[in-house]
Design a protein around this ligand. Structure first.
Ligand code: KIV
Length: 290
């Protein structure tokens, strides 16, 4: 059994070996991720799109995130469990943010929380840290800002915007985040941020030079038949495999091939004789195992 991953361990991996993170939203996906040996499981607010059928991540609230985080944490993975703070769970007030982060830890079993945004989140980050809860930052194409960004667009493509992101990264690292997700930014900017900040960077659509990578479980395993972003590499097509398997099941039920004798329960001979002693039946099939 591998060792339990904790926050100091993640920090120690700055500069390598590369960190791996994948999302998971329930016990089976957490068990698969942990068996594969990922360092961190992110219970992302992408649960909204990947699992709950919404078009964006804005639909899920803190109760939904606690529900899914708890399902992951109950599997007691070796991977660090990071609970994502959903939109409006840290935007109203600092007190509210600390309370919600605390709920993700106490009720959800998260070992760290992640929140989106740059310098303007520093007071919230510091307050959550002062409640002894480790915080992971998230910069660049931050899906909770979909309306502010005017869609899901690569961020930091030009001078000023790139400089702003670099400054955000510095300030978040100085505030004490233990890692920084960099999403949807040019690879050279991610490389620059990775070289300059003291904490590990975890890229998603940010090129090859970050300290680690994260992908969404359902994208990387091809668990849906929708389009995936350019930055995703699909390592399996489980949607297609699942459809084929279920078609075989449907066919077997319709043809009578399932269930078979080995998938059925039998009565003992004595119990059957007792059941039919008043009125013997020859219109029923008798189990072969007698
Ligand atoms: O919710 C999520 O899945 C995320 C990752 C894409 C980083 O925030």
């Amino acid at each position: 059994m591998a060792d339990k991953i904790n926050v100091p361990h993640v920090l120690s991996r700055k500069g390598g070996p590369k960190l791996t993170m994948v999302t998971a939203y329930d016990a089976p996906t957490a068990r698969i991720a942990d068996a594969a040996g990922v360092d961190m499981i992110l219970v992302g607010d992408s649960v909204a799109n990947a699992v709950l059928g919404y078009d964006d991540t804005l639909a899920v609230d803190i109760d939904v995130m606690i529900h899914h985080t708890a399902a992951v944490a109950r599997t007691e993975p070796d991977a660090l469990v990071v609970g994502d703070m959903p939109w409006m769970s840290y935007h109203v007030s600092v007190d509210d943010a600390v309370r919600n982060a605390g709920r993700l830890v106490r009720e959800g079993g998260a070992e760290a929380v992640k929140l989106e945004g740059g310098r303007k989140r520093i007071p919230v980050v510091k307050a959550i840290l002062s409640a002894e809860i480790p915080v992971m930052g998230h910069l660049g194409l931050t899906p909770q800002s979909v309306h502010a960004m005017g869609g899901y667009r690569v961020q930091g493509k030009a001078g000023e915007a790139a400089r702003e992101l670099l400054e955000d990264a510095h300030e978040l690292a100085e505030a004490g985040v233990f890692a920084l997700v960099l999403e949807g930014i040019p690879d050279v900017l991610a490389q620059l941020i990775t070289k300059e900040v003291s904490v590990p960077t975890i890229g998603i659509g940010a090129g090859e030079h970050t300290d680690g990578q994260v992908l969404v479980f359902h994208d990387v395993l091809g668990l849906h038949d929708g389009r995936v972003p350019k930055f995703v590499r699909k390592y399996a097509n489980l949607f297609d495999d699942a459809v084929l398997a279920l078609r075989a099941y449907v066919g077997d039920v319709q043809s009578g091939a399932f269930p078979g004798d080995e998938e059925s329960y039998h009565m003992t001979e004595e119990a059957a004789k007792e059941l039919f002693k008043e009125e013997p039946r020859d219109d029923l099939s008798w189990p072969l195992s007698w």
